[in-house]
Design a protein around this ligand. Structure first.
Ligand SMILES: [Ca+2]
Ligand SMILES: [Ca+2]
Ligand SMILES: [Ca+2]
Length: 488
């Protein structure tokens, strides 16, 4: 058993190493390995899917879970199939991957399964691929629109005003500690991301799928986002201190920031204690996390959401200790039952701002996991200003339209003319003319690409005449309409 754990630990390291060595800017494009040809076959048939989300393992492979930890498609395949191909590859395939496998796993197989609806969501594979939706995931289809999002790097979070606070991390059973975290107040990060006025709270999601919810409003009596937490007191006792009571002490006072403090001292935090998006512990960057042999997280970085205690109290003995006849027993009188550490999410790569705007869905949080840990990134999505997302998608669409060939278009130069219309749209969006932009899409841009989806065939007034290209432009525009309709 011990031996197997070590092997798996090495496997996890190997996976992280491979990802680090072969990463490209496109998420999950580290999949042209193990001599596999399937992604090449797919791109032979669908060259226009190169660089999109379909150009990844996720096209054919699904995620899975080990214990309580959820794994993305890459990690799941490496875990269950392995570098030595010891496992059953079939368990890693999604419905589209299974159909492709059954059809013979070659370029002809890609075409042969075009008209199937592999995932049973009502859209054929060819329709989904044209719209850049997963043909093997029933939760994704051409009508689904991912909520607005913003991706931040560690450098960008660090550029925000920083906040340092000394505090207790009180756990149920893992041992307590005092320390100093540095980060950006969550409230400031959300303001920067353009959180919408009707948002009610956030969900902090870790790379392994673990999540905690934080309401915005302090009045909820929970680990809230807005405002400050009550000032707390520093509690020290020789019995609790692991240094002076190695036998059954439960609190670690060894951090440098503890020095000079005495029992009963008020803990004064400049600006007040806040819910932090922390990136440093005692002045050092948080150690990026990885899954250990037991499927649990080692490391806490690059980002950890750190709530102070809302009901300040002393560190209490571990729930698992037999010795509870101590100064601060586990879950003793109310004064010290606030186990804030259990609500502190490590290795957070996703912040979901709730509720989701009408007509939008979750982003693929699973695949935004371990790569984000490695790259020091975090994505904020949900009830936030859609403008940057709209502009990014409009720019992508413009690039796609410009890449079309003469034979995909009704007339010469229609690609450039259509791209110019998208430029006008982008300027409207930049200037805040949301309604005008939506009007332009409905009255000018959509009618030139709507024959195939609305009538089943290319129409005379359609500028884009290649059916697949037309589908892609059509569904992209529908997506922009949903994003533009989000209320500010
Ligand atoms: Ca489908
Ligand atoms: Ca689908
Ligand atoms: Ca405790």
């Amino acid at each position: 058993m011990q031996r197997r754990s070590v092997v798996f630990g090495m496997l996890v390291l190997a996976v992280l190493g491979v990802l680090a060595a072969t990463a490209t800017p496109q998420a999950n494009a580290a999949y042209h390995h193990m001599g596999e040809m399937d992604s090449d076959y797919f791109l032979q048939v669908y060259p226009e899917a190169a660089g999109t989300k379909l150009d990844s393992c996720t096209l054919c492979h699904r995620g899975g879970s080990v214990g309580k930890a959820t794994l993305g498609a890459c990690e799941w395949c490496h875990y269950s199939y392995g570098y030595d191909a010891h496992g059953d590859i079939m368990t890693t395939l999604n419905p589209y991957g299974l159909d492709y496998h059954e059809a013979g796993s070659d370029p002809a197989a890609v075409t042969a399964i075009d008209e199937l609806d592999s995932d049973g969501d009502g859209y054929t594979n060819v329709d989904e691929i044209a719209a850049i939706r997963y043909p093997g995931d029933a939760d994704d289809d051409p009508t689904k629109v991912e909520a607005p999002y913003r991706v931040y790097t560690l450098a960008e979070i660090e550029a925000m005003p920083s906040h340092t606070q000394f505090q207790l991390m009180n756990t149920h059973k893992s041992g307590d500690y005092y320390c100093e975290y540095t980060g950006a107040p969550m409230e400031d990060v959300l303001a920067d991301a353009g959180m919408l006025p009707w948002a009610t709270g956030i969900r902090a999601i870790a790379a392994d799928g673990f999540a905690n919810t934080h309401p915005l409003d302090p009045a909820t009596g929970y680990y809230h986002v807005r405002g400050t937490y009550p000032q707390s007191t520093f509690y020290w006792d020789a019995e609790a201190d692991r240094a002076t009571n190695p036998l059954y002490g439960w609190c670690d006072y060894s951090a440098a920031s503890v020095a000079g403090r005495e029992n009963g001292d008020p803990i004064v935090v400049e600006g007040g204690a806040k819910l932090l998006l922390a990136y440093q512990y005692e002045g050092q960057y948080l150690v990026p996390g990885s899954l250990n042999a037991a499927g649990k997280l080692d490391g806490e970085g690059p980002f950890r959401v750190v709530p102070p205690q809302h009901t300040p109290g002393a560190p209490d003995q571990s729930s698992t200790s037999a010795i509870q006849d101590v100064i601060w027993p586990f879950d003793g009188p109310e004064l010290y039952t606030d186990h804030n550490a259990g609500f502190s999410s490590k290795c957070v790569t996703v912040i979901k701002v709730e509720p989701l705007p009408e007509g939008t869905t979750d982003i693929d949080t699973l695949e935004a996991g371990w790569e984000y840990v490695r790259d020091g990134k975090i994505v904020i999505y949900g009830a936030i200003d859609p403008t940057p997302t709209v502009l990014e998608k409009a720019a992508d669409l413009r690039e796609f339209v410009l890449s079309l060939e003469r034979e995909d278009l009704r007339g010469k130069n229609m690609g450039t003319a259509y791209a110019n219309k998208l430029d006008v749209l982008a300027r409207q969006v930049e200037n805040g003319a949301t309604e005008g932009a939506a009007d332009k899409i409905e009255s000018d841009l959509l009618p030139k690409v709507d024959g195939v989806v609305t009538g089943g065939a290319v129409e005379r007034d359609d500028w884009v005449t290649d059916p697949a290209a037309q589908r892609r432009v059509y569904w992209s525009l529908r997506e922009l309409l949903v994003l533009l309709s989000i209320e500010g």
